[in-house]
Write a protein that binds this ligand. Structure first.
Ligand SMILES: [Zn+2]
Length: 311
């Protein structure tokens, strides 16, 4: 099968009340692992590359690997640029053969965000590629949110209506309480998603696919392995699966996972190094690490996103 856009995936996900997982890869063997995981449960897949990962892997390798992967499986796969910061990188990815790009101009004010997003949409749509944009700041743990205002730093529903209609985007990342990185919440802080805001947005743009970033769950067993074998990641709490499942049953059609993949992959690498000090065949270490990622991907899809069997 050739690489596809997310258009059809999102329509089915919206109507079916589930979400498609977007998994971030940092290297080529992680791409293979993610594809294997999604294929094992027959789920549609969005393979996401950040600008950094794209630079590290190289666009030619990334696109060729994904095209090869698509040949080996029947599941639909979209190749997506995550957090493109400039129109230039987004346009370049369209030209490389990506089927979906994200322009993240959320650091700019509303009007500038619209202007930059529109530029990417025009270019991408002419070439059959879909565009995701972001509105509202998706917090890191260091960001303090003003709780006095009902919407605070979260995405305002009225802004969504105007943003979507003026830019012509295909999907939108919203801020309702998820956070990027491994340390999503301070100790003692309860993870919370603002379903009231999500519901308001959904009512204002019915049928329009929304995206959740910063939605890793930080699997505690994998975090423990990482730290048991010499890692030093502080105790972190992710977004509980039930909350993501609820969001997936609503207008959220794409859920991003990055941190969980790194924790699984490098935790397993650490363990393999520790347990096999006499070995130096890369396959000894990389095989089990790929397997750990593939299993986690399959589990997230089945337990949380609900996209298993929807390929
Ligand atoms: Zn993100």
């Amino acid at each position: 099968m050739a690489l596809v856009t997310t258009k059809e995936m999102f329509k089915k996900a919206y109507d079916g009340g589930y979400a498609v997982g977007a998994f971030n890869a940092d290297s080529m063997d992680i791409i293979q692992a993610i594809v294997a995981g999604a294929d094992s449960v027959k789920a549609p897949l969005i393979l996401a590359l950040s600008e950094g990962a794209l630079k590290f892997i190289g666009p030619e390798y990334a696109v060729s690997t994904l095209k090869a992967a698509a040949q080996t499986t029947d599941i639909p796969i979209a190749l997506h640029l995550d957090h493109g910061k400039t129109p230039e990188i987004c346009k370049a990815c369209v030209d490389y053969g990506f089927t979906s790009v994200m322009i993240d101009a959320s650091a700019y004010d509303f009007e500038k965000n619209i202007e930059i997003t529109k530029e990417v949409v025009t270019y991408a749509h002419q070439r059959g590629v879909v565009v995701e944009s972001e509105l509202g700041a998706i917090a890191g743990i260091e960001d303090d949110v003003n709780v006095d205002d009902k919407y605070g730093a979260f995405t305002h529903p009225d802004d969504v209506v105007e943003f979507v209609s003026r830019t012509g985007i295909d999907s939108l990342a919203i801020a309702i309480g998820t956070a990027h990185g491994a340390y999503k919440f301070k100790p003692g802080q309860e993870p919370q998603l603002r379903f009231d805001i999500l519901e308001e947005i959904q009512e204002k743009v019915p049928g329009f696919p929304l995206v959740l970033h910063g939605a890793s769950s930080v699997p505690q067993d994998r975090l423990a392995i990482f730290n048991q074998y010499g890692g030093d990641l502080a105790q972190a709490i992710g977004i509980p699966g039930e909350m993501l499942r609820k969001a997936a049953s609503m207008a959220v059609c794409k859920i991003n996972v990055g941190t969980d993949i790194r924790v699984c992959y490098f935790g397993e690498i650490r363990r393999q190094f520790a347990e096999n000090p006499k070995k130096f065949d890369g396959r000894t270490f990389l095989g089990p690490a790929q397997k750990a990622v593939a299993e986690m991907v399959a589990k997230r899809i089945t337990d949380v996103f609900g996209s298993n069997g929807k390929a």
